[in-house]
Design a protein around this ligand. Structure first.
Ligand code: NAP
Length: 280
């Protein structure tokens, strides 16, 4: 049984081209890859259930999982709940989500044709989103809090070579306007070196500053690190016998579709051996 959560397919479902998944020399569209995986799993008997896990009881077996207020029992569990977008925590940010503030360029980019777009972050996601958004916007400004980038050289070079993309480094966002109009009209920026503060007009404000692991229902139930990622006990094992992990919910380093798929395979093999050893 696969519980798909409120964002079936996770980050892949909001990705355009996946260029680094083996077997697809021309790359593959994220949602298409998700659908293919689902069909393949179904061919081997997997059942998919819509719903979100709110609570778990891992203190005894069978484990109990609360899905949309209904308790389900299971002999074994693979946690593959991934990680979700991080927000800046600006005073007006949450009020303007869906009104110009977004964490998903592929979902919302097309709304900003010939508009001014800002992307926050200095990693691969920020570069990827800036390149994607440059297809739509009149200009894209990447705002990064340092002068060095975490992004890989190839992604950074591609963004730098795009004439529509400008960079503002050593710059942080203080707030986003304008709640009274229920739309993004601009941002307040601060240069962290000179201390200069200024307002800049912008229509679309895209966050690309990393992710937070989706482990809320598991707090206090399995070992998590201070950032909420699952602590692996080797292979795909967690500290609770019979509970396994796969993908970004445990992996803060590699975070690729292919590594998550490999981790899923490891977890499935561990589950099979675990159940067999228990005589099932
Ligand atoms: P990331 O590498 O963790 O980068 C996050 C960026 O956001 C960093 O530049 C960080 O700044 C900045 N940031 C974090 N918190 C911030 C805050 N509160 N205020 C301002 N800036 C903040 O995350 P990512 O770009 O999402 O990439 C995650 C992983 O996925 C990486 O391994 C990446 O290589 C991979 N990825 C690969 C591809 C691809 O190959 N096609 C595409 C996307 C992502 P600092 O640098 O100052 O910390």
């Amino acid at each position: 049984m696969v519980i798909v959560g409120h964002e079936p397919g996770g980050q892949l479902s909001i990705t355009t081209e996946v260029e680094n998944y083996p077997g697809f020399p021309e790359g593959i569209n994220g949602p298409e890859l998700v659908e293919n995986m689902k069909l393949q799993a179904e061919r081997f008997g997997a059942e998919f259930m819509w719903g979100s896990v709110s609570e778990v009881d891992l203190s005894q077996r069978p484990f109990r999982i609360n899905i949309d207020d209904e308790w389900h029992e299971t002999r074994t569990l693979i946690i593959a709940s991934g990680a979700s977008a991080r927000w800046l925590g600006l005073p007006n940010e949450q009020k303007l989500i869906g009104h110009g503030v977004s964490s998903c360029a592929t979902c919302d980019g097309a709304f900003y044709k010939e508009r001014k777009i800002m992307v926050i972050g200095g990693g691969d996601t920020a570069m990827e989103e800036a390149n994607f958004l440059a297809r739509f916007g009149s200009e894209v400004t990447v705002v990064h809090r340092r002068s060095e980038f975490r992004a890989s050289k190839i992604m950074l070079d591609r963004a730098r070579a795009n004439p529509k993309i400008k960079f503002l480094v050593n710059t942080v966002v203080e707030d986003v306007h304008d709640v009274s109009q229920s739309m993004v009209t601009g941002v307040k920026l601060r240069d962290v070196v000179t201390g200069r503060v200024w307002d800049q007009e912008v229509d679309g404000f895209f966050l690309a500053i990393g992710h937070i692991p989706n482990t809320k229902p598991f707090v206090g139930k399995i070992d998590l690190d201070p950032d909420g990622y699952i602590v692996s006990k080797g292979g795909a094992r967690t500290n609770v016998t019979g509970v396994f992990h796969a993908g970004d919910v445990q992996d803060r380093v590699y975070r690729q579709a292919v590594t998550a798929a490999g981790a899923g395979c490891m977890a499935a093999i561990e589950v099979e051996r675990f159940l067999e050893a228990e005589g099932h």
